[in-house]
Design a protein. Structure first.
Length: 294
């Protein structure tokens, strides 16, 4: 009986030891960590913020950055951190693109590149250059992309070769074309859309480089209908053409309106409204005649 008890006790001790070893090995086994996936790096590419058509000038409101996890090639697309959208301001499109489309280099024509003016023209429109000067072009305040009215002013006494003794000069002016889009000043087609210069720690902008100004212009190229182009071609031969800058908030309802009424000297001032006295001599007689001012 003692032998059986001893055997049972020894077997129990051995079984307990085996169980303890198994439990210890399980507890001391290294925990296998699940592999974590590396976060996908996203790239921001430049896309159209709205529908864009050929002839539209690109400005800050036409562009936005859109993130994507796809691989993007800089050979065709513009990538944030490597490309700047500022370089596209003033460019136009070769084809119509809907909002959200990625912009590629072959879609764009930049200012001063060959074919830019032709690409900017809307269908059915013409580009015509007219002579002007710093004063006539609003002293350099007009730039490509602005809307203007063209005013013809002339001295009619010079046109009719009347005698210079007339008291009141024969002056007249008329708006011959309305709401024309400026395409270029001289040969410059830049729209002068520039980024802020006060974002690099200079809140006052005192250290920002001054914008170049070119107040002397010999020609201004505008977009006109075929009929307006003919009117301007004749008008530039008979007098001085001046540009009147329009507000961008004005409607285009009067774009196709014909020339306005002629504004004469009497419509501008009453200085010459009084009668003009002229002395006349005939033999030994002297008279004073009065003529109504024109």
């Amino acid at each position: 009986m003692k032998i059986n008890s001893t055997v049972l006790l020894a077997g129990a001790l051995i079984a307990a030891g085996v169980v303890a070893l198994v439990v210890r090995s399980q507890l001391s086994a290294p925990v296998v960590k699940q592999a974590t996936k590396a976060p996908v790096e996203k790239t921001a590419v430049l896309v159209a913020a709205r529908d864009l058509s050929p002839g539209d000038f690109i400005d800050p409101s036409a562009l936005r950055w859109e993130e994507t996890s796809e691989s993007v090639s800089r050979s065709f697309y513009f990538v944030s951190g490597k490309d700047s959208e500022n370089k596209l301001f003033g460019a136009t499109l070769r084809e119509r693109i809907p909002a959200g489309t990625r912009l590629s280099s072959n879609m764009l024509v930049r200012p001063n590149e060959p074919g830019f003016v032709a690409a900017v023209l809307h269908p059915g429109m013409r580009a015509i250059s007219i002579p002007t000067s710093a004063v006539a072009s609003s002293s350099g305040l007009v730039s490509a992309g602005d809307r203007v009215d063209v005013i013809l002013s002339l001295r009619r006494d010079e046109q009719t070769q009347q005698a210079p003794s007339a008291a009141a000069p024969m002056l007249a002016a008329q708006t011959v074309a309305r709401n024309l889009r400026v395409l270029a000043m001289n040969s410059q087609t830049d729209t002068d859309v520039r980024p802020r210069q006060d974002v690099d720690g200079d809140a006052t902008g005192k250290n920002a480089p001054a914008r170049p100004r070119n107040p002397v212009y010999q020609t201004v190229t505008v977009e006109a209908t075929p009929q307006q182009a003919e009117v301007l071609a004749v008008a530039k031969e008979v007098g001085l053409l001046q540009l009147a800058l329009r507000s961008p908030l004005e409607s285009d309802d009067d774009a196709d309106a014909g020339p306005s009424a002629v504004t004469r000297l009497a419509d501008s001032t009453a200085i010459f409204d009084s009668n003009v006295k002229v002395k006349t001599f005939r033999a030994d007689k002297q008279n004073v005649q009065q003529f109504q001012a024109r």
